[in-house]
Design a protein around this ligand. Structure first.
Ligand SMILES: CC(=O)SCCNC(=O)CCNC(=O)[C@H](O)C(C)(C)COP(=O)(O)OP(=O)(O)OC[C@H]1O[C@@H](n2cnc3c(N)ncnc32)[C@H](O)[C@@H]1OP(=O)(O)O
Ligand SMILES: O=C([O-])CC(=O)C(=O)O
Length: 428
C-alpha cells in the first residue's frame, strides 16, 4: 500500500523526520530541512559503501528490497517484461511515460538512424589484442565516441542532450558486436535497420553469409526481455558512477564509459560471467553440497547470489528463470541449469544463506540463457551494459536537471598522521 509519509532517520544525529509524500513525490524543500539540520550540527556521517545514504532523489525506479518489488516509473517489472518491447521501456525511462504508437515509431526510427559508428572506431577496435576482454573494448570505444561528438559537451542544451542519448542507445549494440567479431577474428557486420533492436544486434553478432540473417524469434524475444530486465536499478554502483562522474558536467560519453567500467566488476554486472565459471567449476549436481560448504567456510562467494537491497528473491531473477525454460524449449537446454537449480535449492534451505537473506539475483540465471544462445561468457557483462544504457542515461539527465544536485564530493574520516616535518632524503 502506498505510504503518505516516509520516515528518514539521520544517523548522524539520531533525529527522525516524517517526510510527506504527495502524489508519489517528496518535495525537495522537505528534504532540504534534513540537510540544513545536519549542517547545523556540523557533523559528518561515516557511511562507507553508502549502505545508509540516499545520494539523490529520483522518480525513475522504485525498489522494495524486502518485498522483492521493482518498478520502472511505477510499472511493475513483470508487466513490462511481459507486455512492452525494450524500446518502449527505453522511451518510458527517458520520458517518464509510455509512448503512444506514433511516438514509439518515431523514436524507433530515430534510434535506427544512429546505429552506425564512425569507421575510425572500427579501426580503433582492430588495434586491440585478439584476446582483449570485450568489456575493455566497450569501455574504451564508448569513451572514444566523445571525441567524435565534441558538441556533446553542451549538456545544458536539452535537444543536444537527447541527440546524444539516442546516439548512445543506438550505437552501444554496434560497439558490442564489433568487440565480439574482433575477438573471433571476423569482419564486422554493419547494422541492419530493418531489424528490431535485439534482432539487429543478433545480426551484427552472428551473420556469417551474404544471405539475410533471420534471428530465431524465441532468442530475439528473450534478448529483448533481458534488455528490459536490466534497463535500470536505481542507485546501483554503475548508476552511482554515471551520476558521480556526470556531476562534474563532463560529456555523457565519458560518464557512460565510467558507468560501464563500474559494471564490469565481478561484484556487479561481471557476476553473470562469474556464475557460469562457477557452475563449470562445480561440474555436477552431486558436487553442489561440497561447493556450498566451501562458500560457508569463506572460500569464495556464491556468485549471482545476494544483493545490497533485495533481502528477498530478486524479481528479475524469477522472470529470467521462467524465460530460460522458454528459450531452452526453443533452442535446447543448457545442461548447467540443473546445477544452478540444485545450487539454489540447497542454498535456500541452508541456515547460512537464510540468515543473511541471500537469494538469487539478476545475474544468477541470465548467463545460462546467453550461453544457450551461443554467446561467449565474456560477452555477458557487455549484454548487461546494452540493457542498462537507457537507465544510466535517464539517471544522468535527471541528475543534471535536479536543482539540488551539485558536484558529487563525499568527505572522509582522516586517519593518517598528524603534522610532521619533512626529512631530506640523505637524512632518512
Ligand atoms: C547486477 C548486480 O550487481 S547484482 C549483484 C551481483 N553480484 C554478485 O552476485 C556477487 C555475489 N554477491 C555479493 O558479493 C554480495 O551479495 C553483493 C556485492 C551483491 C552485496 O554485498 P553487500 O550488500 O555489501 O553484502 P555483504 O558483502 O556485506 O554481505 C553480507 C553477508 O552476506 C555474505 N554474503 C553476501 N553475498 C554472498 C554470496 N554471494 N555468497 C556467500 N556469502 C555472501 C557476506 O559474506 C556477509 O556475511 P557476514 O555477515 O558473515 O560477513
Ligand atoms: O542494484 C544493485 O546494487 C545491483 C543490481 O542489481 C543492478 O544494478 O541491477
Amino acid at each position: 500500500m502506498a505510504k503518505d509519509t516516509l520516515t528518514i532517520t539521520d544517523n548522524r544525529t539520531g533525529k527522525t523526520y516524517e517526510v510527506p509524500i504527495t502524489n508519489g513525490t517528496i518535495r525537495a524543500m522537505d528534504l532540504r530541512q534534513i540537510k540544513t539540520d545536519a549542517n547545523d550540527f556540523g557533523m559528518m556521517s561515516y557511511d562507507p559503501a553508502f549502505t545508509n545514504t540516499a545520494s539523490c532523489s529520483s522518480k525513475i525506479t522504485f525498489i522494495d528490497g524486502d518485498a522483492g518489488i521493482l518498478r520502472y516509473r511505477g510499472y511493475p517489472i513483470e508487466q513490462l517484461a511481459e507486455g512492452a518491447s525494450f524500446l518502449e521501456v527505453v522511451y518510458l525511462l527517458m520520458n517518464g511515460e509510455l509512448p503512444q504508437k506514433k511516438a514509439l515509431d518515431t523514436f524507433a526510427h530515430e534510434i535506427v538512424m544512429h546505429t552506425m559508428v564512425h569507421e575510425n572506431i572500427r579501426e580503433l577496435m582492430d588495434g586491440f589484442r585478439y584476446d582483449a576482454h570485450p568489456m575493455g573494448m566497450l569501455i574504451s570505444t564508448v569513451s572514444a565516441l566523445s571525441t567524435f561528438y565534441p558538441e556533446a559537451k553542451k549538456i545544458e542544451d536539452a535537444e543536444n542532450r537527447r541527440l546524444q542519448m539516442v546516439r548512445m542507445i543506438a550505437k552501444i549494440p554496434t560497439l558490442a558486436a564489433y568487440a565480439y567479431r574482433h575477438r573471433r577474428g571476423l569482419p564486422v557486420v554493419y547494422p541492419d535497420n530493418d531489424l528490431s533492436y535485439a534482432g539487429n544486434f543478433l545480426n551484427m553478432m552472428f551473420k556469417m553469409t551474404e544471405t539475410k540473417y533471420k534471428p530465431n524469434p524465441a532468442v530475439e524475444n528473450a534478448l529483448d526481455v533481458l534488455f528490459t530486465l536490466h534497463a535500470d536499478h536505481e542507485q546501483n554502483c554503475s548508476a552511482n558512477a554515471m551520476r558521480g562522474v556526470g556531476s562534474s558536467k563532463v560529456d555523457p560519453y565519458s560518464a557512460l564509459a565510467a558507468a560501464c567500467a563500474a559494471l564490469y566488476g565481478p561484484l556487479h554486472g561481471g557476476a553473470n560471467e562469474e556464475v557460469i565459471h562457477m557452475l563449470h567449476k562445480i561440474g555436477s549436481k552431486s558436487k553442489v553440497p561440497e561447493f556450498i560448504e566451501s562458500v560457508k567456510k569463506g572460500e569464495g562467494r556464491l556468485m549471482g547470489f545476494g544483493h545490497r537491497v533485495y533481502k528477498n528473491y530478486d524479481p528479475r531473477a524469477k522472470v529470467i528463470k521462467r524465460l530460460a525454460d522458454e528459450v531452452f524449449d526453443a533452442i535446447g537446454k543448457n545442461p548447467l541449469i540443473d546445477i544452478a537449480v540444485e545450487l539454489e535449492r540447497i542454498a535456500l534451505e541452508d541456515e547460512y544463506f537464510v540468515k543473511r537473506k541471500l537469494y538469487p539475483n539478476v545475474d544468477f540465471y541470465s548467463g545460462l540463457i546467453y550461453q544457450a544462445m551461443g554467446l561467449p561468457m565474456d560477452m555477458y557483462p557487455v549484454l548487461f551494459a546494452i540493457g542498462r544504457t537507457p537507465g544510466w542515461l535517464a539517471q544522468w539527465e535527471e541528475m543534471l536537471l535536479d536543482s539540488e544536485q551539485k558536484i558529487a564530493r563525499p568527505r572522509q574520516v582522516y586517519l593518517g598522521y598528524d603534522q610532521r616535518d619533512f626529512v631530506a632524503i640523505d637524512k632518512r
